[in-house]
Design a protein around this ligand. Structure first.
Ligand code: GTQ
Length: 355
């Protein structure tokens, strides 16, 4: 038995001549495609990502315990990484995305840094903390969707009096796929408040743009999409109809300057499921991370059923048929790598999915 070839594919049942050829190929860092073709180019997605739910009530005490064991400064970011059970040890929630729950306690700061990886924050609990992006602070409220675009300096701080917890979503696995990661610390713990709070909202979030504005980066010029407004949007659309048979009332967050996704690699969505909603199955190639905001329900994902309530987080693998049901009127936030797949011409969806 040749141990060097045995590790890349099964060598049992091979003729001695083939096995001998493979061994000599192996010594030249070459390998026979015909032994692996079906695996590397499957006829449809074969994700290692599995469907899974994290119960907020189970994670919250563990995150607060971490808050007693180390400071945000010490940790740089005090985060529980949500590792998909099919991808343990890889710091990923899906094949292409990272997610974690971050805690900042009253009086703490998480020091300023920047990295090539882009981040989103979806605020889960607490008020009174801010995040600052390129010198502009924004206060965080539950349900706010906040961006930290690639290579922008950001720090977080909590001058308030309650713990603040949010879901982080980063494109770290995509950046690392391309071996394009850079990171550096800001000279100083926090950035100076160079821009008045609310400036980007006034400038870019009123269906107008400064007349001489040209984009500075590939991401949206607004970086806080407050829940008060997005919640009102899905409720108004529900009141006015129609309700989609798969999605309920679903909207996507946009870059208001061009209508595209908020960031080039990550798309985000908000959907309202009416009370008693029973959605029909749908699937798409973007594995999706869901955070339940309001209400209760369940999602059938392939052969598994995941129940969810407020603040629970669950994952839908690529191409798994999903149908949502809501016992109460519910609001779900979600994000995925859809914009990256779309720009590469890879994204597919299918509805209805025959069961
Ligand atoms: O807040 O900058 O969950 O740099 C992982 C890496 C959060 C952040 C994470 C990070 C951050």
């Amino acid at each position: 038995m040749d141990s060097s070839t045995a590790t890349t594919f099964p060598t049992t049942g091979l003729s001695p001549e083939r096995r001998d050829l493979y061994a000599r190929l192996d010594k030249k860092s070459a390998a026979p495609l015909w032994e692996v073709l079906g695996k590397i180019i499957p006829p449809e997605p074969t994700p290692e990502t599995v469907s899974v739910v994290w119960r907020y009530d189970e994670l919250r005490p563990l995150l607060l315990e971490a808050g007693r064991l180390l400071t945000a400064k010490e940790a740089e970011r005090r985060v529980l990484v949500l590792e998909n059970p099919g991808l343990r040890g890889q710091s990923r929630i899906t094949q292409s995305l990272y997610a974690g729950l971050q805690l900042i306690l009253p009086g703490e700061v998480a020091p300023a840094h920047r990295h090539a990886a882009a981040a989103l924050r979806f605020i889960v609990e607490g008020t009174g903390a801010y995040t600052a992006v390129e010198g502009e602070r924004t206060m965080m409220h539950p349900g706010d969707f906040i961006l930290t675009p690639s290579w922008t300096y950001h720090d977080h701080g909590n001058p308030g009096d309650v713990p603040v917890i949010w879901l982080d979503g980063l494109d770290v696995p995509i950046v690392n796929l391309f071996d394009a990661s850079f990171r550096e610390s800001f000279p100083g713990e926090t950035q100076p408040n160079a821009v008045p709070e609310g400036d980007s909202h006034a400038r870019y979030a009123a269906n107008m743009l400064p007349v001489d504005w040209t984009p500075k980066r590939a991401s949206s010029p607004i970086f806080n999409y407050p829940y008060s407004r997005s919640r009102e949007t899905v409720h108004s659309l529900y009141a006015n109809g129609p309700v989609h048979e798969c999605h309920g009332v679903k909207v996507r967050y946009i870059n208001p300057a061009q209508g595209g996704p908020p960031m080039p690699t990550i798309g985000a969505f908000l959907q309202l499921l009416p009370k008693g909603f029973r959605g029909t199955p749908y699937r798409a190639t973007d594995a999706t991370i869901y955070a339940a905001v309001e209400g209760r329900g369940q999602s059938r994902i392939g052969d598994t059923t995941v129940t969810w309530g407020p603040r629970d987080i669950f994952v839908i693998p690529s191409w798994a048929p999903v149908s949502h049901e809501a016992g109460e009127e519910s609001v779900l936030f979600s994000f995925s790598d859809r914009p990256a797949q779309q720009v590469l011409g890879l994204w597919r969806e299918q509805a209805p999915v025959a069961s």
